[in-house]
Design a protein around this ligand. Structure first.
Ligand code: NOJ
Length: 485
């Protein structure tokens, strides 16, 4: 079996914001094709594309109206074919998103349902229960004839009814469609969501909103045991094409997450605990140990991720670029695969001051929290993106890819060097004694030091790479990491 994904660096492309091939302000597939050389030079093994399918873009494309076509704003199927062919020529694998929990309300199936036909493809009820949408408010919306439909996300994202064999067959066919076009894998959106508890029981009164309970208890609409039947149905198809799949599943414990992985289910699951960890040695250490132990249980390496299109960029979460680069060097030294979010290699921070009228995230409209700030188009060069769909902040003019290209000390060149050097790591990790606030471990013949304390740390060994300058005396300053070998 081809298990390239086990220690891969996988680069997430948010197509709308990555690169604009036709100058209309929205990123597209030809823009991506034009940047594959850049990604090759960055050294990534694979790209994962967030949705580029036909969509009203009510939730950035996670509201799919046609699962087998490209939205005209992103290009055409021919552009996709050209992109994947070029990626494969360069030795870059391609993973696409599949969104099975819900479709767009613009999908022909839901349009039919609104007309009163074939409603059993979705979840219609005469009365709502107390389930809440992840984006805030009730998870039910009433239609003209009085029935209610379920949407765990925005009302424009009606949940599909996975108890209906027609839905199951349709998705097997959708997977095959993209496998036939050559994709190497799938990222499964809301992989914990498709099966709802029998009888649709109320959650019951709780303090705060239901989504906050996700990490403590099982909600009747997430992580139901029978969701695994679906992956057991998908796996033979994935195997037929030697393809992998990674689950986006928010569940209450690493043990529950591990259940999504295995020789008859999916290959990987995102390890969001690492992304949610504080910039703190203890917090990182606990999560690394827990994740590695769980990975061992299921015989599949874990994944590491610091930023994606749903969370504040890690430069902003940790408060500085220095800390972000130190965390990146930690992530890239760990066994398993690492997911890099487009723009983090430029050191981009979150754009917090976008005017409210430009924000598009449906969660913003319902809860006041917005994910638009990590979706601002990438600064390739000054003037490269004449009319970006979200405005780029002035400060990014100093850190365009073009400027960073020729600066040996740039964040971009740091990522390139780290990704290249990462290939020299092998084996598991062995923790070594270290002062408080310092992470220190050995992997094979290399050592990794991450200084999250307030004091410089002496280093002994040859420094292969550091996330920032050492002190004049050759010590590792606070908020800095190094690999020694
Ligand atoms: C998870 C995706 O990452 C997020 O962007 C989206 O809003 C929800 N799933 C709903 O599809």
């Amino acid at each position: 079996m081809n298990d390239w994904w086990r220690d891969a660096v996988i680069y997430q492309v948010y197509p709308r914001s990555f690169a604009d091939g036709n100058g209309d302000g929205t990123g597209d597939l030809t823009g991506l094709t034009g940047k594959l050389g850049y990604l090759k030079e960055l050294g990534v093994d694979a790209i994962w594309l967030s949705p580029f399918y036909t969509s009203p873009l009510a939730d950035g494309g996670y509201d799919v109206a046609d699962y087998r076509d490209v939205d005209p704003r992103f290009g055409t199927l021919a552009d996709f074919d050209e992109m994947i062919a070029r990626a494969h020529e360069l030795g870059i694998k391609v993973i696409v998103d599949v969104v099975p929990n819900h479709s767009s309300s613009a999908h022909p199936w839901f349009q039919e349902a609104l007309e009163g036909r074939n409603r059993e493809r979705y979840i219609f009820r005469d009365r709502p229960n107390d389930w809440e949408s992840v984006f805030g408010g009730s998870a039910w919306t009433q239609v003209a004839d009085g029935q209610w439909y379920l949407h765990l996300f925005d009302p424009t994202q009606p949940d599909l009814n996975w108890e209906n064999p027609e839905v199951r067959a349709e998705f097997l066919d959708i997977l095959r469609f993209w496998l036939e076009r050559g994709v190497d894998g799938f990222r499964v959106d809301v992989a914990h969501g498709m099966i709802k508890a029998d009888g649709f029981p109320d959650v019951g009164p709780r303090e705060g909103c239901q989504v906050e309970l996700l990490e403590q208890e099982r909600l009747p609409y997430f992580d139901q045991d029978r969701v695994h039947e679906i992956y057991r149905e998908w796996r033979p198809l994935l195997d037929e094409y030697d393809a992998m799949a990674v689950a986006e599943a928010w569940v209450e414990s690493p043990q529950r997450l591990a259940r999504y992985i295995g020789p008859d289910e999916l290959h990987q699951a995102f390890n969001f605990d690492f992304m949610m960890a504080d910039f703190d040695a203890k917090s990182f250490r606990v999560i690394i140990d827990k994740s590695l132990a769980e990975a061992e249980l299921v015989g599949a390496p874990t994944t590491w991720v610091l930023s994606n299109h749903d969370k504040y960029r890690h430069v902003t979460r940790y408060g500085s670029l220095a800390r972000a680069k130190a965390a990146t060097l930690l992530m890239l030294a760990l066994p398993g695969s690492a997911y890099v979010y487009n723009g983090e290699e430029l050191g981009l921070d979150e754009v917090l001051d976008l005017p409210p009228e430009l924000r598009e995230d449906p969660a913003f409209l319902r809860t006041g929290h917005s994910r638009d700030g990590c979706r601002v188009p990438l600064p390739w060069s000054t003037g490269a993106w004449p009319n970006p769909w979200l405005p780029q902040p002035e400060r990014w003019h100093a850190i365009t890819a073009e400027i960073q290209e020729s600066d040996p000390d740039s964040t971009l060149n740091f990522y390139r060097a780290a990704i290249r050097l990462r290939r020299g790591f092998g084996g598991g990790i062995l923790w070594l004694d270290a002062p408080d606030g310092v992470l220190f471990f050995r992997r094979g013949d290399r050592q990794v030091v991450v200084n999250i304390s307030e004091h410089p740390v002496p280093l002994s060994g040859n420094v292969l790479i550091a996330s920032g300058p050492l002190t004049a005396g050759g010590e590792l300053p606070p908020d800095t990491a190094a690999w020694l070998g």
